[in-house]
Design a protein around this ligand. Sequence first.
Ligand code: NAD
Length: 263
Amino acid sequence: MTNTRTGRLAGRTALVTGAGSGIGRESAHRFAAEGANVVVADRDEVGSEETVGSILAAGGSAFAVRVDVTVGREVEEAVAEAERRFGALHVLFNNAGIFPGADSSPVDTPEDVWDTVIDVNLKGVFLGCKYGIPALLRAGGGSIINTASFVAVVGAATSQIAYTASKGGVLAMTREIAVEYARRGIRANALCPGPVNTPLLEELLADPAARERRMVHVPMGRLAEASEVARAALFLASEDAAYVNGATFMVDGGITAAYVTPE
Ligand code: NAD
């Protein structure tokens, strides 16, 4: 990874939540390699420091801020710190999310698990927008990327009801933001990955039967790598996507296009 101050995000500042692991980390790397100053926001300080360390080692610009995306004042402070350090915020990537094993069918999912998933996956994105949008407006506009999922648009009998509901909420919220702020220079898009090879899916995919049950529906027959999703995030963050707004941006290997998958 080489940093270039003439890259596609040169002179831009990007705040990435969940950047201590997986898709967020790979996106932070990619944004920095394209010249962005990156605010690595995560509740996992060790993971964040690893992300920042590799960005700095490659000649990029980044710092870590400990944020629990469910706590408004922490999100507000992270945005303020981004502006203090780098002058302005241009890209807001609301990506932190959880997928607990106890999230199951509507009948079996405990209420506290429902509440926690909605809090992180949905309220966390709301809070990112609540405190991030004023900063993007101060910068004269920018790009919001909210991580939803392919399950925001197709249902699965392998149930994860709170997660699915949270991602549907992210998708709907993103569309409304896209419409409301379009004339003030903000684009907002929902990034909808298929299954990705990250720690989030470890618990699920450790079971070979569950893995096979999922994989049979993926036309490409493999998981995405986080770096592949990060490249889509970079596109949405950059001016390459200047007229892409309010999109349900699928990065799912063709899952939502499939009726019957190849043998
Ligand atoms: P991951 O577990 O590798 O990374 C998630 C990061 O979010 C972790 O670093 C974690 O510490 C952080 N996080 C969790 N709760 C937080 C909180 N309250 N405050 C701050 N940070 C918090 O997972 P990933 O696969 O990279 O997931 C990133 C996003 O992509 C999530 O929104 C997830 O729902 C979504 N997604 C993942 C997949 C997949 O198959 N992995 C598929 C579709 C969508």
